[in-house]
Write a protein that binds this ligand. Structure first.
Ligand code: SF4
Length: 448
């Protein structure tokens, strides 16, 4: 019987679901994954393969109320950054010694927190340390998350020396009332100055992150923020829904719950944002990213090569992404391993010369099948049964049956099923139907 599709069908789907930057979501990681497992996974990375490195700098000058990232303040007159850097370098040495000698690095990402809180000398010290220990591939990508209130020309010069070619700039919203309600001040002028420095440094791809659904946010002000962002001509835009999860991010209790837009208003903000961005010629990527047609992310989209990981949507896949630093998560071919979330515990473990893994997840074959379905739905809103059978053989039979019976998916090709109603709004919710770990969804953020 032919399936009938209405948006009413999606009403039965949960409204709070994971963001699916990993599968299973990180709240299902278990303490059974230890430093021994990390050591083994590092040792068994295939010889001559390419890896990606993610370095986490958890410190920020001040902590913004809305932010759910794993960050911490910096005590005045302390040498916390210097001590942390020393331990980071020690962990990098441990990783280098454990990996096969001939692996190469295809990308390096500095994330946080605020990576540019490091001084010019500290940036140079860290990057030289990595460069002296790893061989970079010809197409090596070096990306950095940049806080426009925490960057100056000397630090930019240090990044340029190591050929930064991608940057992600956080904006949130330029409206002063919204900024006041989220505990973060950042002017358009600061952001523009940051963009000017990045362009002068010949950074090829600049991304801007901003949020809809923030407290006191109204459509007019939001549209004004987007127009200001578009004036800067970013190569990529990520428009995330603000996730109000004070039970996870304690500092969000500073935000007045009454000021948050209701679900319909969130949706209206998001749709208004999409319309303006796409009218300016950006191509939509997945649920919340946009790119200019010439940007590598848009080219990857056209070639069906976009993948999803902890940094969101990405234009290149790496079988092994190795996380360095407190709370950093490594994504190996066979599973995830997360370092101690507490910076103190992380530093103590590394200083004893042992990996700081405290939890993670080893993939089963079912995880790989479901993870692939979830990733395809999140990236392309569709999944091909033929592709699943080619990758996983008979083991994918049950999942294929589940896909063909799912009321939210519609057959659009020989064996391709696509999310039938408003895919960019429903991808997380439909993906959750293939999540075998779906317990306690209420702990997650709103899907829209
Ligand atoms: S928004 Fe940026 S500066 Fe503010 S707490 Fe989060 S990571 Fe730190």
């Amino acid at each position: 019987m032919e399936k009938k599709f209405t948006s009413a069908k999606t009403k039965s789907l949960p409204s709070r679901v994971p963001r699916y930057t990993s599968y299973p979501p990180a709240n299902h990681f278990k303490g059974s994954i230890t430093n021994c497992q990390t050591q083994f996974w590092l040792q068994t990375v295939p010889k001559k393969s390419e890896i990606s490195l993610y370095i986490h700098i958890p410190f920020c000058r001040s902590l913004c109320w809305f932010c759910a990232c794993r960050t911490q303040g910096l005590a005045k007159r302390s040498n916390a950054l210097g001590e942390y850097l020393k331990i980071l370098k020690q962990e990098i040495d441990m990783i280098r010694k454990t990996l096969p000698m001939d692996v190469t690095v295809n990308s390096l990402h500095l994330g946080g927190g605020t990576p540019t809180i490091l001084s010019e000398d500290q940036i140079t010290d860290l990057l030289s340390h990595i460069k002296n220990r790893f061989q970079f591939t010809k197409k090596f990508q070096f990306s950095v998350e940049i806080d426009p209130t925490e960057i100056d020309q000397p630090r930019m010069n240090a990044l340029k020396k190591f050929k930064i070619n991608r940057a992600s700039v956080g904006v949130q919203d330029f409206n002063p009332t919204v900024q006041q309600s989220i505990g973060r001040t950042q002017t358009f002028e600061q952001t523009k100055h940051c963009f000017d420095m990045l362009r002068k440094a010949k950074v090829a791809s600049i991304n801007v992150d901003f949020l809809y659904g923030l407290p006191t946010q109204k459509k007019d002000g939001f549209v004004k923020t987007i127009r200001s962002i578009l004036d800067l001509n970013p190569d990529r835009i990520a428009m995330y829904g603000y996730a109000h999860v004070p039970w996870i991010a304690r500092r969000q209790i500073m935000i007045n719950h009454q000021d948050l837009p209701k679900e319909n208003d969130r949706k209206a903000l998001m749709e208004a944002g999409r319309d303006i961005i796409m009218t300016h010629g950006y191509l939509p990527i997945g649920i919340d990213h946009f790119a200019t047609p010439k940007d590598p992310l848009a080219l990857a989209e056209n070639a069906k090569l976009v993948c999803r990981n902890f940094q969101g949507y990405n234009d290149h896949h790496s079988d092994n992404i190795i996380g360095v630093g407190a709370s950093a998560i490594s994504h190996f071919t066979h599973g995830y391993a997360q370092n101690a979330v507490s910076t103190r515990e992380y530093m103590e473990r590394i200083s004893k010369n042992e990996f700081a893994t405290t939890r993670g997840h080893a993939f089963t074959l079912d995880d790989k099948i479901c993870g692939h379905v979830v990733e395809q739905l999140m990236c392309y809103f569709e999944v091909s049964l033929q592709d699943l059978e080619r990758r996983f053989g008979k083991a994918a039979a049950d999942t294929c049956q589940k896909i063909s019976a799912d009321p939210n998916l519609q057959l659009v090709g020989d064996s391709t099923y696509r999310i039938a109603a408003e895919p960019h709004l429903n991808a997380r919710r439909v993906a959750s139907c293939f999540d075998e770990y779906k317990t306690n969804f209420k702990a997650h953020s709103m899907a829209i």
